[in-house]
Design a protein around this ligand. Sequence first.
Ligand code: IPT
Length: 982
Amino acid sequence: MTDLHIPAPEYTRAVRPSARVETDADELSLNGEWGFRLRGVPEADGTIAVPSHWVLPTGTVRGNPAYTNLVFPIPVDPPHLPQENPTAEYARSVVIPDSWLVGGRILLRTDGIESHAEVFVGGRRAGSRLGSRLVHELDITDLVTPGENEILIVVSQWSVGTYLEDQDQWWLPGIFRDVTLRHRPVGSLDDVWLDTAFDAESGTGEIRPDIRTDGWPVRMQIPECGVDVVFASADDQAVVVVPDVRPWSDESPALYDAIVSTAGESVSLRIGFRSVSVVDGVLIANGRPLKLRGVNRHETHPDRGRVFDEAFVRSDLELMKRHNVNAIRTAHYPPHPRVLDLADEYGFWVMLECDLETHGFELIDWRGNPSDEPAWQPHLLDRIERTVERDKNHACVFSWSLGNESGRGRNLAAMAAWARDRDERRLVVYESDHAAEYTQIYARMYPAFEEIDAFFAESGPIAVAHHPSSEVTDDEARRARALPYLPIEYLHAMGTGPGGIADYERIIAANPRIAGGFLWEWRDHALRATATDGQTFLGYGGDFGEILHDGTFIADGLVSADGVISTGLVEWAQSVAPIRASWDGAAVIASRHLFCDARVAVTWRIEVAGEAVLEGATNLTISAGGSVRVDVPASDVLGGADGREVWVTVEVRHADDAPEWLRGALIHRAQAPLAAAGAVAERTPTALSAPGGELRFGTVRVDGETGAITGIGGLAVNDLGVTLWRAPTDNDLGHGALDYWQDRPEDTLGAGAGRRGASSAERWTEAGLDRIVPSKTTRSDAADAVVFTTRWGAAGAEPLLECVRTWQEVDSRARLRVDIRPLAGAAGIWPRVGIHLALPVADWSASWFGLGPEESYSDMREAAYVGLHERSMAELVRAQVHPQESGHRSDVRTLTLRAPEFEGVDIARIAGELGFSLRPWSPAELTVAGHPHELPEPSASHLLLDLAMHGLGSRSCGPDVRPEHHLRPCELTVTLDVGASS
Ligand code: IPT
C-alpha cells in the first residue's frame, strides 16, 4: 500500500450523470467563436472555434499535436504534472433568457474537453471537469445573473486525467466537443432509461423504465406499439410488455419513437428491442449465436482531429456497411453521443468503451498502475458511470468495455461490478481480465491461430507460453473457457495488408464459441501537415517536432486518413460477407443472416480468356440461413473455348430496395474455372545462326555478355537483373509478437508480449538481400538457344542464388526461361524473387489477364479475381502514408504495357508463376522515403516481374506471415514470351 494521494474528481456542482435524450426544454448551444488565450504565448491570442483542438490546424503558434502509443509524454509521477503544461483560456459571454431565471435549474454541459477544465461563471468558480471524452455537467444556477454572463473555461493539457488517458493516439488538447447551456424546468426529467429486451421465442418486447424526476406522474408513449402508460411515482414504474415487436439487429435495425413526459418536460428517444446473453459459452443475440464482424473505430479526421462532423461520420458508417462491417468497438473511449444514434439507425453492434487506458505504466512494470491503486478508484468509477449513464438507452450497445490496456487490478473489478449492478442486461468486457474474474466475454488481442487453439483445447494453458493468460490456474482457465471468445483486436491493418483476413474468418466462422472479432482499425489517424516546400501531406508521429513519438504506428487503418480505401478493406468485405456466392454447376447464393430475409441482386457472367460471352442477372430474396440456386447455361459456351480459359463469375449485390448509399454495393463475388487453358503447342525454336555481341530474339535485344534485355522493339530497357528486395512493408518492419522465423514453438507468442526477435526487414538487411550483385556471367550457345548463368550474392556473404536465363526465338517472338537455384548462402525467408526492368519515365498503363484488379499477395488474395484488368501506373498503387511494397498482381497470364510516346511491351507466361508490379520508384527508393513527398523525381518506371513473393502477415502488431505463405528459398522457374506490343 502506498501513501499516494490522488485528488478525487470534484463533485461540488457536478450533476449526476444521465442519459442523452432529445428534449423540448430550452437549450442554448455555446458552440461557435470564443475568445482564446494560450498562457505564455501572447502571439496565440485571438479567437477559436468551439469545438476544435487548439493545435489544429498544425503548424501554428498554438502548438502542435504529439503522437505516442504507450509511452507517456510526461514523467510518470502521479499526481504530479510537468511545470510546462499548455493551458488555454476560452471566454465568451451569454445572455441567459429571462424565462430560465424564474424557475428550474441551469446546467452547463461539456461533451468533451482534453484534458482538464476549470469553469468560471461571472468570475466565480463553478467547478472542474476531468474525463476528456466523457460528458460532464455543472449546475450553475446560483452563479448566473440576468443579462450577460461571462463564461470562462480554463483548459490544461496535462492533468491527473492524463495518467488515465494513455490511448494510442494524438495528444490533442482543447474543447473538442459541444458546449451547451441547458434549462431544466421545474419538474423536468433528470434521467430516463427505457431498458429494453426481446424474447425471441414469443416475439415480445419488454421495456423496463427507470426514470428519475421530481415531476411525477410520468407518461410514456410509444405510438407505433400502442403504448401509452402513466407512472404515478418512482415505485410505480412497471415493466411494459409489447407483443409482436420487430427486434433490433444489425440486419434490420428497427427503432421505435418513444416519448416520455412530465408536466415540466417531454423527451424523445428511439428505442430498439434486443437481448444479448451468454448461453453455453456462446454469445447470443435475440436467440441466435451472434458473429461480430467488427472494426475498432477511433474518432479521427485529418483536419479536425476528434471533432465530430455528422456528414463525415455518416459517410464513414455507410462505407463500413458497404464493406460488410456489422460491429464497432469504440476504441478507446465513448464517441460523440450522436455516433450511437447513428449506430442504432444504421445497425451496428457496439462495444462501448470507457475512456480509460494506463498503458504507459507497463513500461515501468505496472508499478503504481491506477487500475489497482485504491487512491484512483473514485476516478475509475466516475469514468465508467459517465460512460454507462450517457448511452444506456441505445439498442446498439451490447457491451460495456472497461477500457483498453490498463493492466490488471481491483479498480477494474470495481468498475465491472458497478456496471453489472447498474445494467445487468449488457455484458462487461475487458481484455486483460485474464483469469475471467469479472467479465462475461473472454477478450483477446492479436491472437495467432495457436492462441485460439490453446483456448479451445480441453485442458492445459489457455494461451501459448509467455502470454499472461497462460499463467492462470486450472480453475481460472476453466472459468475462462466457459465464456465466448472474442478477439477485440486482430488483423493489424497497417500498411500493405493485413495478410490473413480470410484465414481468420474461416476459423471464426467455423466456431460458434468465437463471437467474431474487431479488426484493428478502421481509419488512419494521420493529420494534415505542410512540408517546408509548401506541399501538404499526411503527417504521423515525428512530423510535428515531438521528441518522443511512435512514428507511423498511428496510420494503421483500412481507410487512409483522407478516405482512400485499402485493398485490406476490399479483402475484408469479401472474406466476411454475410451473403455468399459459390459455384457447384449452378450459382449458389447462401445467406449467413441470423434474423432477416435478404433481397439481393445476383449477376453472373462467363468469360473466355477474359472476354464476357454470356451474362445474366436476377433479383432474389433469401431467407436467413437459407440458400438459393440459380441455373446458368454454362455448357452453351464451352464448345467455343478453343483451349482458352473459361471462368464463371457470380456477384451478389445489395438490391434496389436498399437505401441509396447501399444499393448495388457488392456483397460477395465467387469465381470458378469452367475450362483450363489448353497446353501451349510445342513449337520448334528458330535455329540461331552465329549469334554475336548484341543478340536479337524476335523484337527483343539482349546483351550478348550478360543475357540482360537492352531493348524491346523501339523501347530502351535497363535490365537490373534479379532482385530479392522489396521495400519493407510496415509488417516487414514490425516486431509484433509472433515470430515464425525461429521455427521454435516457444517463440510463437501471444500479442502484447512486447518486441520479440528481429523484424523481417532487419533480417533481410543483415543477410544483404538489399544489395545483391551479379557475378560475371557465363554464356553457352546451343543451336537454338543462348544460355546465361549468373550467380548473385552480397558482399561478405556466401552466394545466394544462381540465375539461368535461356533465350530462344519461337514464332518470331523472344522466349525467356528464367531458372533460379538457391546456393549456399540462401536461408531464412526471402521477400521476393523478381526480375527488375527499368523502363523510361512515361505515363504507362498495364492491362493483364490474371488476378486483379487490386493488388494480391499469397495471404491477401480473397478479393482478387481472374479477369482482364486494366490500370494506369498511378492507379496500380493506392495512396500510402508511408511508402512501401505494394501493388503486386499475382497469377498473371499475359501483361501488356503501353505508354503514349513509346512502343509497348507484351509478355505472355508460358509456364511457371508470374506476378508483376509497376511503379515510378524502385524498391530501393521506396525503402528510404518516409513520406510520399520525399520520393525523388522519377528517373525510370520500374517493372518487377516476380517469380515469387512473400506473404504480408500482420506483424506490425500481431502475428507474422503464416508458414504456408512464406517464401523460403527454393528452385523457381518461369517461361515468358516477350515482344514489342502488337
Ligand atoms: C493495441 C492497442 O490496444 C491499440 O490501441 C493499438 O495501439 C494497437 O495495439 C496497435 O495499433 S496494444 C498492443 C500492444 C497489443
